[in-house]
Design a protein around this ligand. Structure first.
Ligand code: ACO
Length: 238
């Protein structure tokens, strides 16, 4: 994904980490270059739109304004370009957004546990560059920076591509059925400090899914059988 300005002062070299302060190239402290921050906002907004389009979402779940109002962290991967590359200003390959959220989750025995895991909230690699290992490079960088085991992550409504990605690279192929939009895997609860265990949490978390023999879940009685709408904004806490 290309932009009509030099990406180096905006994103730095290969990986750029952006938090709610929207600092160009992840530099600590205030920036005196308002134009750089405006360019960073443009990059984030365009990445958010491209991700939403790729996932068939009606609206982006990632934007500069949303970043400012949430304590999320955005990992951006860019191709720095160079003399042999066109365009010489470099291009953005993709991004990964994560953040901590308080969630009610079911363990394997069906007990509701209140937990605050790191959640994968949005993940996108440009269409022309998918299946080249860039997603893995970005994900690995995030895991190392956040010092988190992939089994400890909660994934917000993963696409089929992301489920395949997690299966292939991290062996995550045994989801623990949930009633919310999040997907967690075996190992999520091992040695994790839980905020609270509840025999009967509030509605709608007290509705347990019916687990079929093939391991898939059906919604609890009284809930629609229709697939959830392609919106993820509701699961993104403020
Ligand atoms: N179809 C099926 N599986 C795919 C596809 C695809 N088109 N693309 C990637 N994968 C999975 C496969 O397991 C693939 O391995 P394989 O080629 O041997 O089958 C593996 O990912 C490839 O790994 P990488 O090359 O490291 O991953 P990539 O750079 O393609 O990034 C990502 C993965 C981010 C899921 C990318 O495919 C993408 O942007 N997809 C579109 C947007 C999307 O679905 N994002 C996730 C939304 S859900 C969320 O963000 C919480």
């Amino acid at each position: 994904m290309e932009f009509p300005f030099d990406l180096t002062p905006v994103l730095g070299d290969r990986f750029c980490v952006v938090d709610q302060h929207l600092r160009p190239a992840g530099r600590p402290g205030p920036t005196h270059r308002g134009d750089l921050q405006q360019q960073l906002r443009t990059v984030i907004d365009e990445l958010g739109k491209a991700s939403a389009k790729a996932q068939g979402l009606p609206a982006p779940v990632t934007s500069a304004a949303r970043m400012e109002s949430n304590r999320h962290v955005l990992y951006i991967l860019r191709d720095p370009g160079g003399a042999a590359h066109r365009p010489p200003r470099g291009a953005v390959i993709g991004f990964l957004k994560v953040g901590y959220k308080k969630l009610f989750l079911l363990d394997r025995t069906g007990v509701h546990v209140e937990s605050e895991p790191l959640c994968v909230l949005d993940f996108y690699i440009h269409e022309s560059l998918q299946r080249h290992g860039h997603g893995r490079a970005l994900f690995q960088h995030m895991l190392q920076s956040e010092r988190v085991d992939p089994r400890r992550l909660a994934i917000d409504r993963p696409s089929q591509k992301l489920l395949g990605f997690l299966r292939k690279h991290y062996g995550l192929d045994d989801p623990i059925p949930q009633v919310n939009n999040f997907v967690i895997f075996e190992g999520f609860f091992s040695n994790r400090p839980v905020l609270r265990e509840e025999a009967e949490p509030p509605w709608p978390f007290n509705l347990r899914p019916f687990v079929r023999r093939d391991g898939r879940t059906e919604p609890p009685a009284g809930q629609t059988d229709a697939p959830p709408p392609p919106r993820r904004a509701s699961s993104l806490g403020r």
